[in-house]
Design a protein around this ligand. Sequence first.
Ligand SMILES: C[S@@+](CC[C@H](N)C(=O)[O-])C[C@H]1O[C@@H](n2cnc3c(N)ncnc32)[C@H](O)[C@@H]1O
Length: 409
Amino acid sequence: MDLSKDFTDYTSRLFGEERWQRFLDSFGQEVPASVRYNPFKPVADMPEGEPVPWCKDAYWLKERPKFTLDPLLHAGVYYVQEAGSMFLDNVLRQYVQEPVCMLDLCAAPGGKSTLARAALPEGSLLISNEPDHHRANILMENMQKQGHKDVYVTNNYAKDFKSAKMQFDVILADVPCSGEGMFRRDEGAIKEWSLQNVRKCAELQRSIVSDIWDCLRPGGLFIYSTCTFNLQEDEENVRWIAEELGAEILPVQTSPEWNITGSLLEGFDEPVYRFIPGVTRSEGLFMCVMRKHGESQPCRRPIEKQLKRLRILSDGNPKGEQKGKNIIPAHAETLLVPCGKEKTGVYPVVKLSLEDALRYLHREAITLPEATPRGYVIVAYKGHNLGFMKNLGNRANNMYPKEWAIRNL
Ligand SMILES: C[S@@+](CC[C@H](N)C(=O)[O-])C[C@H]1O[C@@H](n2cnc3c(N)ncnc32)[C@H](O)[C@@H]1O
């Protein structure tokens, strides 16, 4: 690992000697895999692992399996997620007890959105948004696989929500950042880092937050997070949001054993939560929870007229179209049912072996049992739907979306 002098000088001073040494030592340690189980697709046999204490249904695994070769990952039974970013679970369970309308503004690839959907009270609505089109499609795939009817995936900028006059009870801004928390996993992040880039990111973050601020109702919850450690992108931006936009910074319940680092900005003694690798069991996260000044009624669900003003997103449906809709519910059943057949009810389910499930996910032709009825059938592995096939009798067409197919078996 080749950390730049600017980064080393700044961050060693910021962390102090002991934390800095622990951070450096973490580069020689293995990055543990952690997974979060989807409560809407329960399984009987969870893997052996150590529970992540700040998140429900989450575990550090003893060893890193080849996730791609597990059909249950593709069925949305669990999500592979860095443990630190699961801290959102702890925040939502503490502060959100009534159904809410929530916006996850910078959501791809979907770690925090899939988590939020699991943690929000029943009856809540989640708008999971990503402005980058390519990344939005990855987000769509992950949200659809996890499967929940009260989710919309959108492809917009903050200003579009403002023009659509949308209001939310909770907004999560997991903003693009200089990525110091990626250094252990990604050499590229080390190379791209510069003081200038930190400044640019901090400015962009302020403009993203300013643009979305009007969409948070008075009294609403604003969750700000980065995966970086410097003050400009973290405490200084939080202070700016609280003072300039108007918010109270809220404490989150934690345990001393988690070794979370608080504010490192002199004279700013507010509750913020920094996960430093080597100090806390995480790759790196900064999170702060705020309540917007003022009070108003909880938000109602966005109405059709508002939703229509958001950008069209293709839905990864096997037939590749959803005429007349510009928002697609990220709901597994909708996704898996071929276009136009949504309302026809139940499809026969064919159970696949591990070998056939992988071949299906690889988009190969597989032979269905002779007694399989003709027409659309759902193929499943260990009780979880993987997708559709169209059984023609002498052969069956594999309808797994091309862009989701696993590449190498
Ligand atoms: C840190 S990543 C989000 C990770 C995601 N929340 C998760 O947990 O899986 C930041 C995201 O912000 C997106 N982004 C970039 N510019 C943006 C902007 N102006 N407004 C909103 N999001 C933006 C990036 O494309 C990226 O997907």
